[in-house]
Design a protein around this ligand. Sequence first.
Ligand code: PMP
Length: 442
Amino acid sequence: MTLHQIPNTLQTDAFWMPFTANRQFKAAPRMFASAEGMHYTTVDGRKVIDGSAGLWCVNAGHGRRQIAAAVEKQLMNLDFAPSFNMGHPIAFDFAERLAAIAPKGLDRIFFTNSGSESVDTALKIALAYQRAAGQATRTRLLGRERGYHGVGFGGMSVGGMVNNRRAFATHLPGVDHIGHTYDLARNAFSKDLPAHGAELADDLERLVNLHGAETIAAVIVEPVPGSTGVLPPPQGYLQRLRQLCDKHGILLIFDEVITGFGRLGTPFAADYFGVTPDLMTTAKGITNGTVPMGAVFCSRKVHDGLMVGPENAMELFHGYTYSAHPVACAAGLATLDIYKDEGLLTRGASMAEYWRDALHQLKGLPNVIDIRNVGLMGAVELAPRKDAPGARGYELMVDCFNRGLYFRQSGDAVAVSPPLIVERSHIDEMVSILGDAIKRVA
Ligand code: PMP
């Protein structure tokens, strides 16, 4: 059997796939067998260009030997170490290296294993901080409509994706949402940041008036919502949100699970927008997608606010068996070396203009109602079919996959967000396949 063949005994019943229409998928599976650089290879041996960096995580491209070697070495040296009361040097090394590239002041690092865990961890740290600061009435958490913050009960509750919430009757109490910034009437086909909508940040004032600032612990937003179709914030929006949070003593959390590690052409979106949150959640690109890991970057203010009380008392009653897993730390350190050696955390800045112009060539094709971009994130949105929202986006995704391009679909929008090693020729190829597919799907 070659690497790419599906064994004819392959059964698909047992594996319950996440976020997938399982019955539809299993009737016509799309399977990847291997990956190298910018490409996947399917089980039937076709090369497919990776238009979404896996799931926005394989920032340095696939098959990086350096990471594989570091992981193997770590596994043989120290495969596991208890995550609390005992330490291991690689975890401290990795945290220092992350602190060195963090947005200014966000240099205290708490390790998790995923984006969802980072979000729930950040929310809990925010609550604990407010309590320690004598603000125990601040228990309310705010998210934003059209936000995605993972699938834990905290993340689901502050999240604003209707389908992710609707199936589960119970959410965290005391959660509310500010309005989203998606506004095709004013902002369709804006390039980079939309001109209109900074005032939408004032929706936070509405919730302050409604609930009282003294009840609100934190607000969490993605600087650029990704899973809901790449929604770059209106110019000035995040700055205004920061000001309002300061005014009302509310902690600001940026969910940078997607935007972290170079996606916008700066190490973090906080750098791109010049806005520093109090807490920042990350995952995905932290290990180039190779080993599950996440991290919450905390400001000194928040961290030090919890380093009080007797020295022999635990400061935060929270953590995971696999927090700072040595193998994940090894993968992360090797990943940071690659990012540094190849300049990947800022490479997007030099590619962003070409990326933007290439994507916007698709304007005018049938059913294209918006094109959005910022850094190396992009989306093309198609008009939904009246009777079947999302169907056109799905058909487009399948058609592209059959013709050699993978990307992540989000309803009728397709999110394209390549590995940061992308070359102009790859961008041309992706846009050409996408353009042809849009015509066919019409
Ligand atoms: N937050 C954001 C902004 C995300 O995009 C994601 C995943 N796409 C998550 C949280 C959840 O991450 P995970 O799937 O690793 O739990």
